[in-house]
Write a protein that binds this ligand. Sequence first.
Ligand code: SAH
Length: 220
Amino acid sequence: MTNAEFINDESSQAKLQRQQMVEYQIRDRGIKDERVLAAMSKVPRHQFVDSSYRDLAYGDRPLPIGYNQTISQPYIVAYMTEAAKIDPEDKVLEIGTGCGYQAAILGEIAQKVYSIELIPQLAQKARQTLSQLGYDNIEVKTGDGYHGWIEHAPYDAIIVTAAPEYIPQNSLDQLALNAKMVIPVGTWHQEILVLTKTKDEIVEERTIPVCFVPMRRKLN
Ligand code: SAH
């Protein structure tokens, strides 16, 4: 087998694994949004993890990405993306870039994605992976997500992929009217909350239990 054939062979295997991930872990569990399913079928999740974890990239579980952080289980990525109700022309904020996988999923279905990561090395690596894969509609910055990203506000959706104890008010202020924030909140017992900003109030819907890494304060 030539080198090129080997690479092709490997990528068709990844494609098959991805298709099975979408059918059995995501569609079978009730995710219906075709754009989310298409994005999950397309983004090469194995490219976002260290080579030693590539074989596990399409498994039904989170994986380590270094610095004590994790890439979320595929189903949770799909669940949060569907819950955010994103339209093709939307501008989306993500807090907690990690390896950049969730950002890539968002990049497939939104017009523009801004993503904030506290750990500079992870932000840099995510930027590199996303640019190698050709995502030129995603901007990653190193910073503290508790402040949000005021320059590009308001956002048509905000997805937070680290768990704070309380809802961060600054980010909520940066949400557009009728837009949704999807956020895991809690310490040991966390739940994904779907918050919708209406004219008069923030409507809160409590959804599934989850286990995310904590959203931390910037260390000085
Ligand atoms: N969405 C990611 C998973 C992220 S894990 C992915 O697809 O890989 C959570 C990430 O949130 C970690 O990388 C962690 O460093 C980051 N994080 C924690 N607290 C943060 C904060 N205050 N601001 C921005 N990022 C934060």
